[in-house]
Design a protein around this ligand. Structure first.
Ligand SMILES: Cc1cc2nc3c(=O)[nH]c(=O)nc-3n(C[C@H](O)[C@H](O)[C@H](O)COP(=O)(O)OP(=O)(O)OC[C@H]3O[C@@H](n4cnc5c(N)ncnc54)[C@H](O)[C@@H]3O)c2cc1C
Length: 565
């Protein structure tokens, strides 16, 4: 079944679950009336259904390839990219000064999810550019902004992020690429970067690489990293792509999934670059890109979960097997029904979490300190839980298909292969969880407790109308409060063994909270889904929190020899 953008679900969640009206009430987004948001969602949804989704399989079957040093993209990708750029979706979050739409992050997140659900490999391209635009808006000087932002926002030029080197993956501080001043305000960038997403293509006029490198006097570690803008073609006096810069794509990786997205080894050989932000302040600038990209990666994986759920549901309503009543198809089997319910309930929960994070970003930008703290807290949860949802739901989708799920022509396997990377790039999920229990708890748990309070207030308000749902949600919030109190009482290093269970426990609670809100506002279908979530999935939180309580000893006591069979 072809992918259909879940526009109605976005509308429902924005209006009834996360309270998008708070964003629309800000001066900056006052024009975001329900009519306008509907028009945006419908327009993006149409493009995803009609143009991007049909490209998904083509990219899988005919990966991007390197031909005489130039990347040739998968069939139809150039047209798909053009539709994204002409629709204004590359620059949808960007400020209007250089031609962006200035959309709130909550809507940007809906559109990114749709594009990711329709064709993840292609959507990665504008996602990288969006992150670069934000970094330039926040950290670049006016000359660089004026030259590059209009081209990136219009989609004429594409952006990339270059952090990773062979010895510097999660440990970005170990990178060795060098930047030497030329004496004229530019720098010579030399080094090798690996795994660079969309490092080249055959459909944009230029590619603008954001590269992390070290200046000659740089300190060791992350404190000595600076960020440079390094274009494939150096702009001429008129700002048009001119002389080729000293950089090249060395090779493309053969990957498990996202075959349509070229992943390159890049070599910079004295390439000309410009400093973005402060010397040695590269990590601050890069974090601007990474936070946007982290939410973007969480939501692109939710998009894959949506696509996998739609495909499995359609298959289950056609496939006849076993003696069952009703429709006579496999959806009548309790196990199949439970898998489908889990896929739908989980996709809803992850979508609501990503949109709640996006809303907090929007309000944080208005100067609301509590919203800023909430966005910081929710970002690692949205990334890690969103991506685990993409993977787990796609995995269930294969199971619903039975043997046909293992056969490539249904596309069920592609969803899992494509989604798998999302838990790894933009900071592995393990690193996200450490961020949550470490840096994000440096406030003594204040942001976490504020969110837990909100969940309990919501549950109390629902006690009269939906007692069967409200009580377990309230109790789960209480369990999360105790877990958080215990966590913040420990030194950060001792928290890490329980970081992932804590993150998953928190996500389970938030999923229940948003399902409860949906049940309050929605019709019977929303209530039944919320009941399924609260009765079958929320109890998993107890297991996560038990693992957290167990502490680090049972993990770290096992040394490598203990793990030999
Ligand atoms: C398809 C693809 C596209 C990518 N795109 C880009 C891109 O565009 N730009 C870019 O710069 N990079 C990109 N990457 C790189 C990606 O961000 C890294 O692969 C990722 O950050 C993990 O680094 P690593 O592969 O070196 O794994 P490692 O860092 O070696 O991690 C291996 C394991 O150890 C764990 N680990 C590592 N350090 C710690 C720690 N301190 N505490 C606890 N656990 C730890 C990790 O969680 C993981 O489970 C891409 C990678 C792929 C595969």
């Amino acid at each position: 079944m072809p992918y259909q953008a879940p526009v109605d679900d976005f509308r429902f969640i924005l209006e009834h679950v996360i309270g998008f009206s708070d964003v629309a009430a800000t001066g900056r987004h006052a024009e975001m009336t329900p009519d306008v948001t509907d028009a945006i969602l419908n327009e993006a949804g149409r493009m995803c259904d009609e143009i991007l989704a049909p490209l998904n399989r083509a990219g899988d079957l005919e990966p991007a390839r390197l031909e005489n040093g130039v990347v040739r993209t998968s069939p139809g990708y150039a047209e798909g990219y053009r539709a994204i750029a002409e629709g204004g979706w590359v620059g949808m979050a960007a400020g209007e000064a250089y031609g962006g739409m200035g959309l709130p992050m909550a809507l940007v997140t809906c559109v990114n999810e749709m594009m990711g659900g329709a064709c993840l490999a292609l959507q990665l391209n504008p996602l990288m550019t969006q992150a670069e635009i934000e970094a330039l808006e926040s950290h670049a000087g006016p000359d660089l902004q004026a030259l590059y932002l209009p081209k990136l926002i219009s989609g004429e030029w594409c952006g990339t992020m270059n952090l990773t080197e062979p010895q510097a993956g999660s440990d970005v501080g170990a990178l060795r690429s060098k930047a030497e001043p030329n004496g004229d305000g530019t720098y010579r960038i030399t080094g090798q970067k690996i795994y660079i997403t969309w490092a080249d293509n055959d459909f944009s006029d230029n590619i603008v690489h954001m590269v992390l490198a070290r200046l000659p006097d740089a300190a060791e570690g992350t404190k000595g990293i600076s960020l440079f803008l390094v274009p494939k073609f150096l702009p001429d006096a008129d700002g048009r792509p001119g002389e080729a810069n000293s950089l090249r794509v060395v090779s493309l990786e053969h990957k498990l999934g996202i075959h349509g997205s070229p992943t390159a080894v890049m070599e910079y050989d004295g390439a000309t670059g410009w400093l973005v932000g402060e010397a040695h302040g590269g990590m601050a600038a890069m974090f601007t890109m990474m936070n946007t990209a982290r939410l973007g990666v969480g939501s692109q994986a939710v998009g894959v979960a949506e696509a996998a759920t739609q495909a499995a549901l359609a298959y289950a309503q056609e496939r006849r097997q076993g003696k069952v009543g009703g429709t006579g198809t496999i959806i009548e089997h309790a196990d199949v029904r439970a898998m489908l319910a889990r896929m739908r309930a989980e996709t809803f929960a992850a979508r609501a979490i990503t949109l709640a994070c996006a809303k907090a970003i929007d309000l944080g930008r208005e100067g609301d300190a509590a919203a800023k703290a909430r966005a910081a807290l929710l970002t690692p949860i949205a990334k890690a839980f969103g991506t685990e949802t993409g993977i787990n739901v796609a995995d269930l989708g294969i199971q619903v298909h039975g043997g046909m799920g293992f056969i490539e022509e249904t596309g069920a396997a592609q969803f899992l292969r494509d989604a798998r990377i999302t838990a790894i790039y933009e900071g592995t999920n393990g690193i996200q969880a450490m961020d949550l229990v470490g840096r994000k708890m440096m406030d003594g748990g204040e942001a976490a407790f504020a969110l837990i309070d909100e969940v309990q207030t919501g549950a109390e308000a629902a006690r009269d109308t939906l007692p069967d749902l409200a009580e377990p949600v309230w109790q789960a919030a209480e369990a999360m409060r105790e877990a958080t109190e215990r966590l913040v009482g420990r030194p950060p290093a001792e928290r890490f063994a329980g970081a992932m269970p804590y993150l998953r426990g928190f996500a389970r609670l938030l999923g229940a909270h948003y399902h409860l809100r949906a049940a309050q506002a929605g019709e019977g279908r929303r209530r039944r889904l919320a009941s399924f979530y609260v009765e079958r999935m929320l109890p998993e939180q107890a297991a996560h929190l038990a693992a957290l309580r167990a502490g680090p000893d049972c993990v770290m006591a096992l040394d490598a020899e203990d793990l030999v069979a």
